[in-house]
Design a protein around this ligand. Structure first.
Ligand code: GRF
Length: 218
């Protein structure tokens, strides 16, 4: 079976990176992480990569005059590695159109909300403030709008009356750790394809995102 090659971009804790590393070591996901790139030198995710013997690279965005020159320096690292997929895992920079075009249909993100709800930051607090009963996370291909693009899979979790943003975030994060490796696996197995802005699953048009709920995919 084919082995998908990944470059993973992080800015912080890297728990989603860890979920992907774990899925590979448990033989649940046949993937090769070619490199982890962080824009933050102190990102905990870098230690996770080191422990797994994955090559890392820090590119401090503050050293660059504008967004695109920072992105071009990432491309200089990414392109020679020829990844099948560039995976944003808590990467807290808005990407330039140039970067997004460069990895057209090969760039995925995880966002902690049920998109299209709550793009941007503070998603958990917004779900609480709006008295949502359900919140969650989305894995999606990246397009030019912030936190938008074809959604592959979403995970739902209930919002409890006792929740604050931190407790809700940690419950959502646990689900993120399930759906990100799952989405990459489906791409690797060729079950899921994305061409001409159409997501296909098992040769059928995926008209709505897959849903991960109560430990089951539907
Ligand atoms: C996750 O909630 C992810 O959805 C968002 O940033 C957070 C990153 O967490 N984009 P981690 O760095 O993977 O632990």
């Amino acid at each position: 079976m084919s082995r998908i090659s990944l470059v993973i971009l992080i800015s912080g804790g890297g728990s989603n990176l860890q979920a992907i590393i774990d899925a590979i070591s448990n033989n649940e996901l046949n993937a090769d992480i070619k490199a982890v790139i962080s824009n933050q030198a102190n990102a905990t995710g870098l230690e996770r990569a080191h422990r797994a013997n994955i090559k890392t690279c820090v590119i401090d965005h503050k050293r660059f005059p504008d967004r695109e020159s920072f992105d071009r320096s990432m491309i200089d690292i990414i392109d020679p590695l020829k990844p099948d997929l560039v995976v944003l895992a808590g990467f807290m920079r808005i990407l330039s159109d140039y970067f997004i075009d460069c990895y057209h249909q090969r760039l995925v993100n995880i966002h902690p909300s049920l998109l299209p709800k709550y793009k941007g930051l503070n998603t958990h607090q917004q779900a609480i403030d709006n008295h949502d009963s359900i919140h969650g996370a989305s894995v999606h291909f990246v397009d030019h709008e912030l936190d938008s693009g074809a959604i592959i899979v979403q995970a739902e979790t209930p919002v409890l009356t006792s929740d604050d943003a931190a407790t809700l975030a940690s419950r959502v994060l646990k689900e993120e750790h399930k759906i990100y490796p799952m989405a990459i696996k489906m791409l690797n197995e060729g079950r899921l394809t994305f061409e001409n802005n159409r997501l296909m699953l098992d040769n059928h048009l995926l008209s709505k995102p897959l849903l991960w709920k109560n430990g089951q995919l539907s």
